[in-house]
Design a protein around this ligand. Structure first.
Ligand code: AMP
Ligand code: GLY
Length: 425
């Protein structure tokens, strides 16, 4: 069986790693991939959002299954295009992907179906949004409606910050058309966790829980990033909380999408805020999270392709989904300056030494090959992932491996997993 993975980050390298271990998989392509996927699979020089070129490639190579990583092509309708051409593809349709593509849509869905989330209003008019901000008072959260690579959210501690956020989103259009509408919502307090589930539109099967680290510096300081590391399981997601999230969030959302005529198939990802043992939804994504997928797939004990196929076929109820009892930790090594401006093309040393350590997998994100050498080619460069019998053991392993690796300007957080140690796992 031939599999095509669309995307080129750490998530896609983790998918390539796991999918290439599946029974019956003879060939894995990754478009466009990175220097890591080039080792595990064959890279194809097609961008993730070039749907017509991807479709032509899948047809020509007789690809049996396409797995889509990033939100861009999903929101642009890649799944609809492939399905129309009779090709098997994993991910939500364009209509279903709107749960991530429009925050106004997902908030309205949650309100209509009673799914716990922050109170909010949606505005197209700047003056009306400003009046609402002044009426509610700070703290408030101001969000661009559309896709903004995780950057269109401003958590405002003061009214001035909230108004400045409105100006950046609606006035200066820092996030382009994503800012045509704005969501202004109540600021929630608590601890965040990522809850991902496979769903075929009817059955919902949770993945192992995970926690991301969005801020760039230790102690959750500095600006938000795409994610600087993650671990699984997240002790904050207790058995009781998982039950609540399944009963009050995941299952009702999948049912709601079906009722709305937008059957959701793929990975439904809920970003949660947990306070006093209860979860509210911060956002939905319609895809695997990055970096969460790296430690989560490291713990998947069963065949991933069989699960993906069961999602497509509507037979997820019969799929075998089991997780290793070990803990996994992923530390993202980023380019100096990220999430601001950074340089590319820095040669990376120590990859082999890190990758041969017991219980360690080095996933690549922003890397490429230049004259046979691995060089940096993005903001998030590597996701060093380690497994251990307990989280402390995984932390030791992953940081030993991270210290093996060096390139000019490399930066990573030193406290990934520390919160899980405090909570106790
Ligand atoms: P989102 O892309 O909607 O998940 O927002 C990105 C980040 O902004 C989240 O991971 C939270 O840290 C923060 N955030 C979003 N919405 C809220 C909210 N209502 N209250 C507090 N923090 C929030
Ligand atoms: N790590 C957050 C995301 O994938 O959206």
């Amino acid at each position: 069986m031939k599999v095509l993975i669309v995307g080129g980050g750490g998530r896609e390298d983790a998918l390539a790693w796991k999918i290439s271990q599946s029974k019956g998989v003879t060939k894995v392509f990754v478009a466009p991939g990175n220097a890591g996927t080039a080792l595990r699979a064959e890279n194809v020089p097609i961008k993730a959002d070039d749907i017509s070129a991807l479709l032509a490639f899948a047809r020509e190579k007789k690809v049996d299954l396409t797995v889509v990583g990033p939100e861009g092509p999903l929101s642009a309708g890649i799944v609809d295009e492939f399905a129309k051409a009779g090709l098997r593809v994993f991910g939500p349709s364009k209509a279903a992907a709107e749960i991530e593509g429009s925050k106004a849509f997902s908030k309205e869905l949650m309100k209509k179906y009673g799914i716990p989330t922050a109170e909010y209003e949606v505005f197209e008019d700047r003056a009306a949004a400003e009046a609402y901000v002044r009426e509610k008072g700070a703290p408030l959260v101001v969000k661009a409606d559309g896709l903004a690579a995780g950057k269109g959210v401003i958590v405002a501690e003061t009214i001035e910050e909230a108004l400045d956020g409105l100006d950046r989103i609606m006035g200066k259009k820092e996030f382009g058309a994503a800012g045509n509408r704005v969501v202004v919502e109540e600021c929630l307090k608590g601890e965040e966790a990522s809850f991902m589930a496979f769903t075929d539109g009817k059955t919902v099967v949770p993945m192992a829980s995970a926690q991301d680290h969005k801020r760039v510096f230790d102690g959750d300081k500095g600006p938000n990033t795409g994610g600087m590391g993650a671990y699984s399981p997240a002790p904050v997601v207790t058995v009781r909380l998982e039950r609540q999230v399944m009963d009050e969030v995941m299952i009702p959302t999948v049912r709601a999408m079906e009722k709305e005529g937008r059957l959701f198939k793929g990975v439904l990802y809920a970003g949660l805020m947990i306070h006093d043992g209860r979860a509210k939804v911060l956002e939905f994504n319609g895809r695997f999270g990055d970096p969460e997928t790296q430690p989560v797939l490291a713990r998947l004990d069963t065949d991933l392709v069989a699960i993906l196929e069961a999602v497509i076929d509507g037979t997820l109820a019969k799929a075998d989904v089991r997780w290793k009892p070990e803990s996994a930790v992923c530390v993202v090594i980023a380019a100096g300056g990220y999430p601001g401006a950074y340089e590319k093309g820095k040669e990376i040393a120590g990859l082999e030494q890190a990758g041969t350590r017991e219980g360690v997998i080095v996933f690549h994100a922003g890397t490429s090959l230049r004259n046979g050498k691995v060089v940096t080619d993005g903001g998030r460069v590597l996701g060093v992932t380690g497994l251990g019998s307990v989280i402390a053991a995984a932390i030791d392993r992953v940081y030993a491996a991270a210290r093996d690796i060096s390139f000019e300007g490399a930066q990573y957080r030193k406290d990934i997993g520390a919160r899980a140690l405090e909570t106790g796992s």
